[in-house]
Design a protein around this ligand. Structure first.
Ligand SMILES: Nc1ncnc2c1ncn2[C@@H]1O[C@H](COP(=O)(O)OP(=O)(O)OP(=O)(O)O)[C@@H](O)[C@H]1O
Ligand SMILES: O=P(O)(O)OC[C@H]1O[C@H](OP(=O)(O)O)[C@H](O)[C@@H]1O
Length: 181
């Protein structure tokens, strides 16, 4: 059986990564939508995640519970180790990723596709305020990181998400099929 790929969805906070991922997963039920472990309080919405304390995250990381993990926005994020098993077994997996963790991900996942979602600064500010998950000071800190670059030389599919979500999902689907890395 040929292996699957990890599709790492990246882009600035509020650009619509989780929204685009949900649309892709609806269109392709065979895709595994990765549920991350995050040191965030439970139930804040935006995505389904396993909420853990920083202490529990440390224990899990040391025990090998994650195939990739990173820190951002004062939080820690982990991709469950069994995602690597699934990819090796042929399942395509879709994960909300950090631009800062892509260099690590390339080492772990030889078949990595990077889906880079972009939108204007005004759009990001409007969406983060509308979502209301973070207080205003944190929204400002997230907006300040909007231009963080991807690792030099890494191939990525770049899709704008300034317009209707359905259009973005359709363009992302077309770009991801046939398989590209
Ligand atoms: N094309 C779109 N048009 C209108 N609103 C959108 C669109 N895409 C996403 N949104 C809205 O923008 C907000 C942010 O989207 P989402 O949570 O998916 O972003 P994100 O990139 O996953 O953010 P984060 O990295 O902070 O988790 C949400 O309220 C979502 O409903
Ligand atoms: O800025 P970079 O490193 O690309 O992304 C950092 C983190 O920001 C987002 O997290 P959240 O879901 O908004 O908490 C992403 O999912 C990623 O984990």
């Amino acid at each position: 059986m040929s292996s699957g790929r990890l599709i790492a969805v990246v882009g600035p906070s509020g650009v619509g990564k989780d929204s685009v991922m949900a649309g892709l997963a609806r269109a392709c039920p065979a895709l595994r939508l990765v549920r991350r472990t995050i040191t965030r309080a439970p139930g804040l919405g935006g995505e389904e995640y396993d909420a853990v304390t920083p202490e529990a995250f440390d224990v899990m990381a040391r025990a090998g519970a994650f195939c990739v993990h990173w820190s951002a926005h004062g939080l820690r994020y982990g991709i469950p180790a069994d995602v690597l098993d699934d990819v090796r077994a042929g399942t395509d997996c879709l994960a909300n990723f950090s631009r800062g963790a892509l260099a690590d991900a390339v080492q772990v996942f030889p078949a990595l596709s990077v889906l880079n979602i972009t939108a204007s600064a005004d759009t990001l500010a409007h969406r983060l305020a509308g979502r209301g998950r973070e207080p205003q000071a944190e929204i400002a800190a997230r907006l300040a990181q909007a231009e963080k670059p991807l690792p030099a030389g890494l191939a990525a599919i770049t899709i704008r998400n300034d317009g209707p979500l359905d259009d973005t999902v359709a363009r992302a689907l077309a770009a991801l099929q046939p398989r590209r890395s």
